[in-house]
Design a protein around this ligand. Structure first.
Ligand SMILES: NC(=O)c1ccc[n+]([C@@H]2O[C@H](COP(=O)([O-])OP(=O)(O)OC[C@H]3O[C@@H](n4cnc5c(N)ncnc54)[C@H](OP(=O)(O)O)[C@@H]3O)[C@@H](O)[C@H]2O)c1
Length: 274
């Protein structure tokens, strides 16, 4: 697995991690596929995708419970857990409560990276950032970040921090969704903030793309592997595809550890700009 530095923390994380939206249910708890999901997450960790992205929102908290079960056999330091606080929980006391509840569901003592899931203009960001720093001070969280934040909001959030910095912004980014290349991506690159690309396979659509299949033939790789390797070529970007199917998981892990040529990266970027 290729590793990349998280922000300017000196800590390295896998360039390809695992998403969990839909695991243990979507908006509500669904336990019917838990065993399959636990096996899939364990397998993914073994394959090197040991960064797991989850959220209190997913399956009303059940996804975090599934992640908690999946990581049990591993040493805590050998997995990297990302979770997120809901926008309605951004008042100071609620951020602390939400993180404590996530820790309980995850059955762990700390979250590696805690993100504000979406901005909430109704709640002062200053208050939220103070709570995020408190979580770091209390060692409940190692690093803090944001999700779905534009440049000016990231800057505002950073201005409220005294002892920490934003290390990641998780946003939608794929060959099918490139809006952030205009502003968020260059800003993050300049400021040493990791961009975590969500929905990196366009919900699976890119895995069926004929152009990517064609490019992949040269490398003996699949379309999904080419779509994910395209992120590896970008210095500060990591991707978090979600896969429960074991073949998908193996394929996604095999998206790292090799490189598309610079020429092919340019060709792919140009093809999807049309
Ligand atoms: N911060 C946010 O607001 C936000 C928003 C959306 C998503 N996210 C995070 O980002 C993660 C990923 O995004 P996503 O789940 O929306 O979309 P995605 O990762 O682009 O696509 C997931 C879909 O692609 C399929 N898939 C995965 N690998 C494949 C492969 N190698 N070949 C063919 N199909 C493949 C999966 O099928 P199987 O499951 O059947 O294998 C699943 O149906 C989420 O799970 C979540 O953790 C965050």
């Amino acid at each position: 697995m290729s590793l990349k530095e998280l922000g300017r923390t000196g800590v390295k994380v896998p360039a390809i991690g695992m998403g969990t939206w839909g695991i243990g249910g979507y908006s509500t708890r669904d336990t019917s596929c838990d065993d399959e999901a636990i096996q899939a997450l364990k397998k993914g960790i073994e394959l090197g995708m040991y960064l797991i992205d989850t959220a209190e929102m997913y399956a009303s908290g059940h996804t975090e419970e599934v992640v908690g079960e999946a990581i049990k056999p591993f040493a805590r330091k050998d997995v990297f857990i990302v979770s997120k606080v809901l926008p309605e929980n951004l008042h100071y006391a609620n951020v602390i409560k939400a993180a404590e509840a996530s820790l309980k569901r995850l059955q762990t003592d700390y979250i590696d990276l805690y993100l504000i899931h979406f901005p909430n203009p109704e709640i002062p960001l200053k208050e939220t950032m103070a709570a995020m720093e408190k979580l770091v001070e209390e060692k409940l969280v190692r690093f803090i970040g944001v999700s779905n934040f534009g440049v000016s909001l990231v800057e505002e959030a950073r201005n409220y921090l005294s002892n920490n910095d934003i290390v990641a912004n998780q946003v939608e980014y794929s060959l099918l969704e490139r809006k952030i290349e205009k502003d968020v991506l260059p800003y993050c690159l300049k400021q040493g903030i990791t961009l975590m690309a969500y929905t990196p396979l366009g919900m699976g659509k890119l895995a069926r793309n004929e152009f990517l299949q064609e490019v992949g033939k040269k490398y003996n790789k699949t379309a999904a592997q080419v779509a994910l390797n395209w992120f590896i070529s970008k210095e500060n970007v990591i991707a978090i595809p979600k896969a429960i199917n074991l073949n998908h998981l193996k394929e996604n892990a095999g998206a790292a550890g090799w490189r598309l040529s610079r020429r092919d990266v340019r060709r792919i970027s140009a093809y999807f700009s049309q």
